[in-house]
Design a protein around this ligand. Structure first.
Ligand code: ARG
Length: 583
């Protein structure tokens, strides 16, 4: 199901080959949307240089060779050699008709099916998920949904922080309060409170010089790491309670992560020593100031000295980098990754670059495996600084989400007091959560953005509620049509300008999703859906459906509107945003 750009590209390339020779068969025809027509071909200028002729002459030669009759009117040559192309409305109509019966809605089947490993969310055990985790979770989930829709094989990896020195104090604190105590239950509801209580005891906030708790906590770390069964048992309990908490957040967010996707830091524990041994044996790691370090090429510190990536600390402990190296080996060898996407905060850019370089040098990350850091920017408060509560602590994600749903509830209560309570509750969830997620997704993922609930839940502008409302409107039209006995035509009507513009937009869904998937850029899908919803609104204003008197026109427009609904819903689903039945 070729979208216009794809169809035009094919035709122009065969024209290049016949006019200028087979070596021109894959020259880029540079098809772009045009102000003066639907598209323009901008290739004449570049080809003229290559062929040593005048651009306008080349444009004329292209025009003579290209066969577009079934797709477009005869192009016009403009300016230095642009070819302006106006598509035939009948061709657009035929393509739209094909789209209606295509279950993939025009999304091309990928040339090769990749195994894509996506590392995202990755909160820490016994700690609150904060707004930073919100973004890695929401963006990552949209990436996996998109890759799956394109037809790739996706492996989700939730690299939770479930290992390391803080577990000494967390375990001791859990032992102190008792596994079934109310204090322990905090892990499921307010994990920060649990963490802070443990930390206060550890840092000796009680003022005592000799801190017996801190001693115990420190001793507990090697006991855990050596695999003492009793200690492991308590640790497991701690992780279990945290998992419940993560899943409450994931459920609230309609995120696709499950327990099967958990691959926490602890799962690489038995590989850390091996990683160090291999790197040392290969001469890639050496002892520096007592620590075992890799010095990947090209990383220089402020002091002009090579930057170390520490893989075994002076005291013998392993760190974050060692785990990430072990994870790469697992992802390439065991999971069979063709591509790996790390959806992680921008602040970890240097860490990841060093890890990737070290892994390439060690031969664990072959050149043909593509690895990308999908950098996640910060969520800012209205003061332009990292979002915090008034008292300065980090904002609890769950509190934020609950506030979004409550606010959405007041909006829907006002809009649709006629709807049953349970339905309003569901709609408030979809709008509130959808609004927050969409705000995250519509900003380019590496840019910071300001958390502004009113703007996120606005019914106008590039927001989830605007798109959800467009869908709800079409669904409402369909319901009314049904009561009037109006059945949608088999093929959408594409005749007047507004119908034509909407149909053209719909044909672009497939190529857009492909581009979004290739670049891991959900914000481009948001931009597409927003302009699609606008095209629908213009269409609906210019071309009434139910009020139209001609039965055939009504049925054709209804089919076009329903195709727009399908594409909007599919696009929103790729973002992880639900579209309510009514609003
Ligand atoms: N747990 C880490 C944090 O909260 C993020 C881990 C990201 N994934 C990774 N493979 N390093 O900052």
């Amino acid at each position: 199901m070729p979208a216009p750009e794809i169809a035009l590209t094919e035709r122009f390339q065969s024209a290049f080959a016949s006019a200028f020779g087979p070596e021109y068969a894959d020259a880029d025809p540079i098809i772009r949307p045009s102000q003066f027509a639907d598209f323009q071909c901008n290739a004449a200028m570049g080809l003229a240089k290559r062929l040593g002729k005048k651009p306008r002459d080349i444009a004329a030669e292209i025009l003579a060779a290209v066969e577009l009759d079934d797709i477009a009117e005869t192009p016009e040559i403009a300016g230095p050699g642009f070819l302006n192309i106006r598509l035939r409305t009948e061709w657009i109509a035929a393509q739209a008709a094909e789209l209606t019966t295509d279950p993939r809605l025009g999304v091309p089947v990928p040339e090769t099916v990749d195994t894509v490993v996506v590392d995202y969310s990755a909160p820490n055990v016994a700690k609150e998920m904060h707004v930073g985790h919100l973004r890695t979770t929401v963006v990552g989930d949209s990436i996996v949904r998109t890759q799956e829709k394109l037809g790739h094989t996706v492996v989700r990896q939730n690299h939770i922080g479930d290992w390391g020195t803080p577990f000494g104090m967390l375990i001791e604190h859990l032992l102190d309060v008792g596994e079934d105590s109310d204090e322990a239950k905090l892990l499921e509801t307010d994990p920060n409170a649990f963490y802070q209580a443990a930390n206060a005891k550890f840092s000796g906030a009680d003022g005592s010089k000799h801190n017996e708790f801190a001693d115990r906590a420190r001793r507990r770390v090697p006991t855990l790491q050596s695999g003492d069964p009793e200690t492991l048992e308590i640790w497991r309990h701690l992780v279990e309670l945290s998992k419940q908490y993560f899943h409450r957040v994931y459920d609230m967010l309609d995120v696709t992560l499950t327990d099967d996707d958990l691959a926490g830091e602890s799962s690489y524990n038995d590989q850390l020593e091996i990683v160090c041994k291999i790197l040392e044996a290969d001469g890639l790691a050496r002892i520096s100031d007592g620590a075992l370090c890799v010095f990947p090429e090209g990383f220089i510190g402020r002091d002009e000295q090579p930057l170390p990536l520490i893989i075994r600390k002076t005291g013998g402990g392993y760190g974050y980098a060692t785990t990430d190296l072990a994870a790469i080996r697992h992802r390439v060898d065991a999971l069979g990754a063709d591509r790996i996407a790390y959806v992680i905060g921008t602040a970890q850019e240097l860490h990841l670059k060093m890890v990737f370089t070290a892994a390439r040098d060690a031969g664990w990350l072959p050149e043909e495996v593509d690895v990308q850091h999908v950098k996640i920017g910060s969520v800012l408060g209205e003061d332009g600084k990292i979002l915090r509560t008034r008292s300065g602590s980090s904002v609890r994600l769950m509190a934020l989400l609950e506030e979004a749903v409550t606010t959405a509830r007041t909006v829907i209560d006002e809009m649709r007091p006629d709807l049953p309570e349970a339905e309003r509750e569901q709609i408030a969830h979809d709008i509130g959560i959808g609004g927050v997620k969409y705000a995250d997704l519509s900003t380019s993922h590496d840019a910071d953005y300001t958390f502004d609930l009113d703007q996120m839940l606005a019914l106008t502008g590039n927001t989830a509620p605007y798109l959800q409302y467009a869908v709800a409107r079409i669904r409402s039209i369909s319901r009314k049509a049904e009561t009037q006995g109006l059945v949608a035509a088999d093929a959408p009507r594409v005749e007047n300008d507004a119908e034509r513009a909407l149909a053209l937009h719909l044909l672009d869904f497939g190529p857009t999703l492909t581009a979004v998937g290739a670049a891991y850029e959900p914000h481009r899908l948001c931009a597409y859906l927003f302009s699609l919803a606008q095209a629908f609104t213009s269409f609906y204003e210019a071309s009434p459906i139910l009020k139209e008197s001609d039965e055939q026109v009504r049925a054709g427009r209804l089919a076009l509107a329903q195709l727009a609904e399908k594409v909007l819903v599919e696009g929103l689903d790729a973002l992880g945003v639900n579209a309510p039945q009514q609003m």
